[in-house]
Design a protein around this ligand. Sequence first.
Ligand code: ADP
Ligand code: ASP
Ligand code: MG
Length: 414
Amino acid sequence: MSLLVQKFGGTSVGSLDRIRHVAEKIIETRQNGHDVVVVVSAMSGETNRLVGLVESLVDNPDPREYSVLVSTGEMVSMSLLAMCLSAQGFPARSYTGAQAQIFTENKCVKARIERIEPHPLKQALQEGIIPIVAGFQGVDSYGNITTLGRGGSDTTAVALAASLGADECQIYTDVDGVYTADPRVVPEARQLTHITFEEMLELASLGAKVLQKRSVELIGKYKVPLRVLSSFHDGPGTLITYEEVAMERPLVSGIAFNRSEAKLSIIGVPDQPGVAAKILGPIGQGNIDVDMIVQNKINDDLTDLSFTVGREDYQKAVVILEQVAKTLGAKGISSDAKIAKISLVGVGMRSHSGVAQKMFEVLGDAGINIQLIATSEIKISVIVDEKYLELGVRALHAAFGLDKEANEEFDPKM
Ligand code: ADP
Ligand code: ASP
Ligand code: MG
């Protein structure tokens, strides 16, 4: 008998009707002869509601209490689903992260899973009981409830699939699979039948929230077979693959975007060895992660340096950079929270040049100014004014022929 881990996201369990529908799908899986371990998210909007309560109450919440509160959403959906299944003659039992023995590092928020003790879930399966596990939560070595970062139920599902040796991890969500771009922003976006693990990792890191980045890192580590599927329509979904068939690869497989960053620049800094470290060191010490960095030498004596940080750290970063500018005798700083990052991703870029050139031309023709650029082997990212995000993503999607099946025909010199 094969074993599947099936994860249902927030919209998929967003109402009692939808929970009934999920129960039907699980029953169908059982009737098709598979064992199944289920992971659920909170009902849609619930985690945001809980985070909103905290934010309205205090500025710097205690991480332990924060996780106790925001983990409750998953417990509502897991028990509702378990009751619904049991009432239909398919005995099911809900498990919190601690009951499922999902052990994380000793850090209450954005904790990483360290180990899973699969015995309780295996025992349930042996007894013919369907385990329904709360996503997004675990327990630390002191017994505290921990949470895995927003979107963390995907990571729960992958970690369970790896530890149980499941035949497939199925992520059921509100779209039919992974698309060439977020179908909510690009109506012409096309569903992909498969995507390489490397491309999925880039897309997830660069803002496509269909899978949490950490879940993709984990499937790579354990080579978990993973498929993204719709909980509303039947279909093959999108399979993550580990082998790339070079001949068949398009230049660009997908476009991701992110509007949760902010840009800061320090201008006219006296240039000398070690200056970048003197600027970015205090930012790092403030526990702020820096994403893109561009240093631009103006003349023999002066340099500018720009970088991006998460928007939640913006105010804090501005205060630190003002202080740094004074200490280093810089001319000043400038900052902008209303920026967006647009990224093209594709393993085909490795063997073809000209993608960046074409990207810059398309954005230029659309009247969109590029503020920063970063490239790696299989991606190109640009920072633009946030108001041009949709326009830029749609123009690039069309120009690279992502709405068409055969975009590998694209000639970058055209
Ligand atoms: P769930 O609640 O099921 O975890 P999420 O909202 O976290 O669902 O992720 C699904 C959403 O991801 C979709 O509704 C879609 O708007 C968004 N998304 C962003 N980029 C992509 C993409 N390339 N392909 C598919 N969906 C995407
Ligand atoms: N409910 C959590 C969130 O909204 C976890 C998840 O849905 O994956 O982030
Ligand atoms: Mg999600």
